[in-house]
Ligand binder design. Structure first.
Ligand code: RFL
Ligand code: PHB
Length: 389
């Protein structure tokens, strides 16, 4: 069997790339380890930058996002029992879109199905071979049978735990990592959101975030221990901890209800600068992870897909190799800036178990500076709405 591009991983990066390539007449096969129901049950990102929205429009999957997503012109920082609004529209003349990753993924599946895209689910043991030759191939197992798929390129869109990055010899991988000494405990609940816009709360007991998916669906997170045992977190304990980290007037208004999803995510910053190894190219979480505080993970995956789709289209349409050769450098230039922003937001808003009193004062001084300085707010807003591609 032969196709042009094999994409390992059918999350948002893999599906979006496959859709963009299809629209330019390039054939792809997507190999996904999980079932479709499992992929759609993962609750993840909620905030889309303008560049991501534009890319979804270009992929002809933006209609439902524009109809059902919420345009947010600002968000709030909370500390010391008060709320401070960051006015994205005034500071940067831009907004973000609140529209869940689950919905983005559903829209992409719908489009790929409608156009006859080839997405194989519950694929086992996918592995790339001959990446440094011009005839790479992928071996995998599907429905109990082994297969070999020849191709021109293999794209690793298989997330942080995937096989693609690990197929690059360790000696060739330039990797950088920071783990944070805490995680996020997230809850989804069918309740009215705490406020119209997101609230990022820094509190002496730890960070909290009030987000949403729509007018009747709230998403909340609280900072927890890295090795937290989720079974010790009843809904009641979650709600009372969340409320204790928010300004009194917001906490009093919070509508509680049963959680319909509860999970813990570790926080990590990670970059594999080796985003290309011969005919294997990495995109999205397969190549880099940001802590979720800046809402950048999915958006960064989208900017990779933008550069990579341009590169592959130039290869097939104009027989140009320069954008493939330049992919890693173009992507990394943006990746490192988003890594910096996500690390900075995380460092600013969380309680670090080993912080000294001086460091805690520095965090507070920085928050005070941000809310009193238009220059500082402009920088925050510029990064939050998304750096240009
Ligand atoms: P994904 O979504 O992890 O998809 C990878 C896919 O590859 C499959 N796979 C394999 N398939 C075949 N063979 C193998 N060996 C395979 N190994 C893995 C997996 O099953 C999966 O389907 O990576 P992708 O596509 O690069 O997308 C990245 C985003 O999912 C991620 O960056 C965001 O969710 C991060 N993120 C956020 N990003 C934002 O832009 N805004 C946000 O508000 C935001 N909030 C978040 C987040 C991530 C979170 N968690 C849980 C880490 C909030 C949270 C809590
Ligand atoms: C979310 O709604 O899941 C969300 C929003 C903003 C973030 C992270 C997660 O920074």
């Amino acid at each position: 069997m032969k196709t042009s591009v094999v994409i390992i991983g059918g999350g948002p990066s893999g599906l979006l790339l496959s859709q963009l390539l299809h629209l330019s007449g390039i054939e792809t096969v997507v190999l996904e380890r999980r079932s479709r129901a499992y992929v759609l049950s993962r609750i993840r990102a909620g905030v889309l930058e303008r560049g991501t929205q534009d890319l979804l429009d270009r992929a002809e999957v933006g209609t439902r996002m524009h109809g059902e997503g919420q345009v947010h012109d600002g968000f709030n920082l909370s500390f010391g029992d008060s709320l401070h609004r960051i006015d994205l529209a005034r500071l940067r003349d831009q907004s973000v879109m609140v529209y869940g990753q689950t919905e983005v993924t559903k829209d992409l599946y719908e489009a790929r199905d409608r156009l006859g895209g080839s997405i194989l689910h519950e694929v086992e043991d996918a592995a790339p071979y001959a990446m440094t030759t011009s005839n790479p191939f992928v071996i995998y197992r599907h429905n109990g049978q082994d297969h070999r798929l020849n191709c021109d390129f293999i794209i690793g869109c298989d997330g942080f735990h995937g096989v693609s990055r690990k197929s690059i010899p360790a000696a060739q991988r330039r990797e950088f990592e920071r783990e944070y000494p805490f995680g996020w405990l997230g809850v989804l609940s069918e309740t009215k959101p705490a406020a119209e816009e997101l609230i990022y709360a820094a509190h002496d007991d730890g960070f909290a975030l009030c987000s949403m998916r729509n007018a009747q669906l709230s998403r909340y997170y609280i900072q927890c221990k890295a090795d937290e045992d989720i079974s010790t977190w009843s809904d009641d304990r979650f709600w009372s901890t969340l409320k204790s980290r928010l300004p009194r007037d917001i906490a009093d208004e919070i509508v509680t209800g049963p959680s319909i999803e509860k999970s813990i995510a570790p926080l990590r910053s990670y970059v594999c600068e080796t985003m290309r190894y011969g005919r294997l190219l990495l995109a999205g979480d397969a190549a880099h992870i940001v802590p979720p505080t800046g809402a950048k993970g999915l958006n960064l995956a989208a900017s990779d897909v933008h550069y990579l789709s341009e590169a592959l289209i130039a290869w097939y349409r104009d027989r140009r190799a320069d954008l493939i050769d330049g992919y890693e450098a173009r992507a990394l230039a943006r990746v490192w800036k988003c890594e910096r922003f996500s690390w900075w937001m995380t460092s600013l808003l969380h309680r670090f178990p080993k912080s000294t009193p001086f460091e805690t004062r520095m965090q507070r001084a920085e928050l005070e500076y941000i809310v009193s300085s238009q220059a500082a707010q402009t920088s925050l807003a510029e990064n939050y709405v998304g750096l240009p591609y």
